[in-house]
Ligand binder design. Structure first.
Ligand code: SF4
Ligand code: SF4
Length: 115
């Protein structure tokens, strides 16, 4: 693991990405991103640098928040696969665009997350 390069948004004040995003990830799960060159793959870093490439619901998506709090690696994969690329096919986004509130366990694929 490269420990010489760290995220420009990580300093003595903490994670500056949190000033922009409402998510509060579990610190220990994000450190491998914050403290290494892997920061470039962090969805928060990408969002802060260019929010226009993301789904418009990213900042207040409950499934993202859920994964951020519990499984940061899984959140990174979800954000890469859906929020940052195939968001037009996301089942949650489709519901929100129809004015509906997606069930908390609805995954972007349309499958249900087992509780
Ligand atoms: S790596 Fe990600 S979580 Fe860590 S400070 Fe940078 S943007 Fe925030
Ligand atoms: S693509 Fe889907 S999961 Fe991602 S932020 Fe948008 S609504 Fe949420």
């Amino acid at each position: 693991m490269d420990t010489k390069i760290s995220c420009p948004l990580f300093n003595e004040r903490g994670r500056l990405c949190m000033d922009v995003l409402p998510f509060v990830p579990q610190g220990f799960q994000t450190l491998q991103f914050c403290l290494t060159s892997q920061y470039a793959q962090c969805p928060f870093f990408k969002y802060v640098n260019n929010p226009t490439i993301y789904c418009e619901y990213f900042k207040n998506c409950s499934i993202c928040e859920r994964f951020v709090k519990t499984e940061f690696e899984a959140f990174v994969e979800l954000a890469e696969t859906w929020c940052l690329s195939h968001f037009r096919q996301c089942a949650r986004r489709e519901k929100r665009n129809r004015g509906e509130i997606p069930p908390p366990n609805l995954l972007p694929s349309g499958d249900a997350l087992s509780e």
